[in-house]
Design a protein around this ligand. Structure first.
Ligand code: ACO
Length: 322
């Protein structure tokens, strides 16, 4: 049986850093409130003229180099993002053009914070079907451009960035199992109110900004993320204690802690980047993976569970041997 395996990782964080102390000057908040309620200490934000595809290109270059491949090897590109440069052409084609990747399938998908998990799952299936041999998978977001900067409930949470991986076929796992889910009944708990066919009149105004029922999101997120992890492990017949690392979507430290408690998972087996990156939506899991691979925590052959939860709601997991 053919498996798919991550051959290289990369990330890009914009230069500009906004600390909690910087935010104290923008909205009525404190470093102490943000740190204790969310775990965020700083986040990176794009420059005015910087876009999601700009970040994707930089993250992809690092992943390509790490995997030791040439751009001409890539035959499939999928980008998970909810903040594309344009409605179309899609971000993956912009990246393809900028990097000089030869013609191949290239598309973006939108599953909010679960975007990268959906994208990686797609790559896994195309490789297993024998229809792709070298996939560039990216999770990237410019969430800072979707924020109401006078809303302290949301503006303190989010950051920008991009994480990329190269996925290739392998005789051994690799990716062991993937599980995706969604339930649209929760659409009003977390959403962005303008698009290409609805509420066009608010596009570009202060009303076009993320709307979130924080407390409600919190409850469903914890329950779902714990269930997602349990489902992934049970279906693979793997016990929690066998797992080397859990890399959850970095939404909020309290969501991660409550999920860990529900699972009975020690916090020292969970990769955390929320303090440095904030919530970067679809970029959070691939960036956390890259951080933990590069600092030597995640090593080849270890069992790693990636999981995410986001607006929609959407959710998903990828269980793999790195
Ligand atoms: N600084 C100071 N006070 C604040 C701030 C802030 N930045 N934001 C809210 N408050 C105030 C509220 O106005 C409220 O004041 P009040 O009691 O006078 O009305 C008080 O703090 C408590 O508000 P709550 O919303 O109850 O605060 P809570 O402890 O629930 O924390 C938070 C809010 C952090 C948003 C929490 O609900 C949460 O973590 N929700 C999960 C949502 C999340 O992580 N979203 C990320 C995107 S979703 C995703 O990635 C899956």
């Amino acid at each position: 049986m053919m498996f798919s395996r991550i051959a290289g990782t990369g990330r890009y964080l914009p230069e500009k850093v906004l600390t909690n102390f910087d935010l104290e000057k923008i909205v009525d908040t404190t470093d102490e409130w943000i740190r204790t309620r969310t775990g965020v200490e700083r986040r990176h934000h794009v420059a005015d003229d910087e876009t999601t595809s700009d970040m994707c290109v930089e993250a992809a270059k690092v992943a390509i180099d790490d995997a030791g491949i040439d751009v001409s090897d890539i035959d499939f590109i999928v980008v998970g993002t909810t903040s594309p440069d344009l409605i179309f052409p899609n971000v993956a084609t912009l990246v393809q053009h900028r990097l000089g990747i030869p013609p191949c399938p290239a598309f973006s998908l939108e599953a909010a914070c679960t975007g990268f998990i959906y994208a990686l799952t797609t790559a896994d299936k195309f490789i297993k079907a024998g229809e792709a041999t070298c996939v560039l998978v990216i999770g990237a977001e410019c969430i800072s451009k979707l924020i109401d900067w006078s809303d302290r409930n949301t503006c303190v949470l989010f950051g920008d960035g991009a994480g990329a991986v190269i996925v290739k076929p392998s005789d051994e796992p690799g990716i062991i199992g993937t599980h995706l889910g969604a339930d649209g009944q929760y659409k009003d708990l977390l959403y962005y109110p303008a698009g290409a066919s609805k509420n066009l009149e608010i596009a570009g105004t202060d009303d076009a900004a993320i709307i979130m029922q924080g407390n409600e999101v919190f409850k469903v997120a914890v329950k779902t993320l714990a269930n997602v992890a349990t489902q992934a492990l049970e279906s693979a017949g793997i016990g929690l204690s066998e797992l080397d690392w859990l890399i959850p979507h970095q939404a909020n430290i309290r969501i991660i802690q409550a999920t860990a408690k529900r699972l009975g998972m020690p916090m020292d087996k969970i990769i955390l980047t929320i303090q440095d990156h904030g919530n970067t939506s679809a970029a959070s899991v691939p960036m956390a993976l890259d951080v933990s691979v590069r600092d030597g925590r995640v090593q080849r052959g270890q069992l790693v569970l990636l999981e995410a939860f986001g607006g929609g709601f959407t959710w998903g997991s990828v269980l793999m041997r790195y």
